[in-house]
Design a protein around this ligand. Sequence first.
Ligand SMILES: Cc1cc2nc3c(=O)[nH]c(=O)nc-3n(C[C@H](O)[C@H](O)[C@H](O)COP(=O)(O)OP(=O)(O)OC[C@H]3O[C@@H](n4cnc5c(N)ncnc54)[C@H](O)[C@@H]3O)c2cc1C
Length: 108
Amino acid sequence: MDAYREKRGRWQEAIVRYLSSIYPGLSEAVVASSFNSALSVRQYLNAPDGAVYGFAPTPPPTIWSNPFRSPRTAVSGLYLASAYAGFGGYTGVVQSAGVCADMILRET
Ligand SMILES: Cc1cc2nc3c(=O)[nH]c(=O)nc-3n(C[C@H](O)[C@H](O)[C@H](O)COP(=O)(O)OP(=O)(O)OC[C@H]3O[C@@H](n4cnc5c(N)ncnc54)[C@H](O)[C@@H]3O)c2cc1C
């Protein structure tokens, strides 16, 4: 962890130094900063392997095949609308919510 923090600190300094060369005075104006990595994403969000989306949002094998994830759960009447139930990111969340709403309207 010490080596990780030291390397992360060097990156953080290097980025601010570079930006300051383009925007003079930037480094003096910084009052707080943080540098997040895959480890941060894993620690804060418990995302597997620190993946921002929690998984690799790979496209389906064909455009005709449905996504393999679903808001349906093993518990009857319990649905989970989430990026994990569809595709990654905000678009995936919204699509998953739409699919979830359709399921509920169809099944109740
Ligand atoms: C740094 C970063 C940048 C990103 N940038 C983008 C971007 O630019 N564009 C984009 O499309 N996507 C981006 N994403 C991905 C996007 O944020 C996620 O895909 C999306 O927020 C997932 O939504 P969700 O509702 O499935 O899960 P989340 O937004 O993670 O919501 C899950 C909720 O459940 C709560 N929770 C967890 N466990 C429990 C429990 N036991 N009891 C009660 N509550 C619980 C959590 O606190 C959280 O509020 C980014 C992600 C990260 C980490």
